[in-house]
Design a protein around this ligand. Structure first.
Ligand SMILES: [Zn+2]
Length: 436
């Protein structure tokens, strides 16, 4: 499920104009990070790899990196941060967000009432909310807005998760990744916007997204809920189009994430070699077996089922949601039982940003152990995103660390109450309060 404006609408003029008014030399340069080592202590830490609780961890951080965990001697002159009676965890990773928007009663009109400049301000606010909720990295499907937000985060200009952006999602004319519901001539989209038909146009679209900052290609393999087109499960891209997309992306070292609800579209995407199936509402046993065989990740986005506000949706969209919701969770339960590789992803934007961690609790209700659930949002998501510098608290990794009260191995819902956030060695939240 995808808010249509955030994924497929591209009104690049606004941001490009602003960028043009702002010469590079005027962009404020942040001072280099202090080199004084930091020792982060707390009552507990979860080693997410083993699923074990570690008592009294002491993590030594220099700049943006972890240099050691529980060394025999601590560095002299280090600044000590005592997070107190909390449990440290690696910063959470959400593999499916839409920071540039949030659904609401005007959702259907956003493509013609807002520009990417509006989207950028939404994204700045939603990014801050998301990182303060403990999500230090997201894979975001939000057009050029979140490509730019990701750069701003790395410059240190804004408080937001690190971003792996897709730029514009690829889809067929009239499909879930197109802008639908308007008269002919209104916001007609092409390959640069992500709307591409036939293998060669798809290749063109992939190249253009990557040229302009995509670090992952997102595609709509099937129809979706939050758009005006036909049956929600209908396959939209052919196998040949999906294969051309995956092959071209792979030549650039980029993976493909496929939004897919219907069974046939899910299977075509898996066969074509996508890295992840998003939503996967109508997974059947054969699709589950195919995913296991190929190591395809499943990104369930299941919390939204409890949280989506059906009342604000147009009747045609509401009807589609009501078709898909009753089946999706049972298929996820099956996938968990079958040990399909699962990476944490929420579709935040379909529900209010910052509630992402509620997804963990549902995985546990559907059969995962709390440690397995924590791995989906740390090591597994890092693996899917191709980021080997995060997802665990270990020497050499990025100092992206969060803390929750209590013990998340006993009560996974503690992840919904993040009290401490460190991102790239910088403390963003302490004792439950933002410090930036
Ligand atoms: Zn989505």
């Amino acid at each position: 499920m995808v808010p249509s404006r955030a994924t497929s609408l591209v009104l690049v003029v606004g941001l490009a104009t602003i960028a043009g008014l702002c010469p590079r030399s005027t962009i404020a340069q942040k001072p280099a990070p202090a080199t004084t080592p930091v020792v982060l202590r707390a009552a507990r830490m979860v080693d997410v790899t083993t699923g074990q609780l570690v008592a009294n961890p002491r993590i030594v951080i220099e700049g943006s990196r972890i240099v050691s965990v529980n060394p025999a001697t601590l560095p002299a002159g280090a600044r000590v941060i005592d997070a107190g009676d909390v449990t440290l965890l690696p910063g959470f990773i959400d593999a499916h967000t839409h920071l540039a928007g949030e659904i609401g009663p005007n959702m259907q009109l956003l493509p013609v009432t807002e520009t990417d400049v509006d989207g950028a301000y939404h994204a700045a606010r939603n990014g801050r909310t998301t990182v303060l909720a403990g999500f230090t990295t997201v894979r975001d499907f939000g057009g050029s807005v979140t490509v730019a937000l990701g750069k701003a985060v790395e410059r240190g200009d804004v408080t937001s998760p690190h971003i792996v952006p897709s730029r514009n999602a690829l889809g067929i004319t009239g499909g879930h990744c197109d802008v639908t519901g308007y008269a002919p001539g209104v916001l007609e989209q092409g390959p640069k916007d992500g709307v591409a038909n036939g293998p060669w146009e798809v290749v063109d679209a992939v190249r253009y997204q990557i040229k302009h900052g995509a670090k992952v290609i997102k595609t709509c393999a099937t129809a979706g809920v939050l758009s005006m087109e036909g049956p929600v499960g209908a396959q939209q891209y052919t196998y040949e189009e999906l294969k051309a997309m995956v092959d071209e992306a792979a030549r650039h070292g980029v993976k493909v994430a496929a939004h897919a609800h219907g069974t046939e579209g899910i299977k075509a995407a898996i066969r074509a070699g996508v890295a992840s199936i998003e939503h996967g509402s109508m997974l059947d046993d054969e699709a589950i077996a195919m995913m296991k065989e190929r190591g395809t990740y499943f990104v369930p986005t299941t919390y939204l089922i409890d949280r989506i506000d059906l009342a604000v949706l147009p009747p045609v969209v509401r009807a589609k949601a009501q078709t898909i919701i009753p089946v999706a969770r049972e298929r996820l339960r099956k996938a968990i039982a079958a040990n399909v590789r699962i990476a944490f992803g929420t579709d935040a934007g379909v529900f209010p940003h910052g509630e992402n961690a509620h997804e963990f609790g549902i995985y546990v209700k559907l059969g995962m152990s709390p440690a397995e659930a924590l791995r989906t949002g740390t090591v597994n998501a890092a693996d899917l995103l191709g980021l080997d510098d995060r997802g665990v608290i270990a020497p050499g990794k990025l100092a992206d660390i969060v803390a929750v009260p209590g013990n998340p191995l006993d009560d996974i819902t503690t992840t919904e109450r993040v009290v401490f956030v460190m991102q790239s060695g910088k403390v963003l939240k302490e004792s439950g309060r933002p410090v930036m």
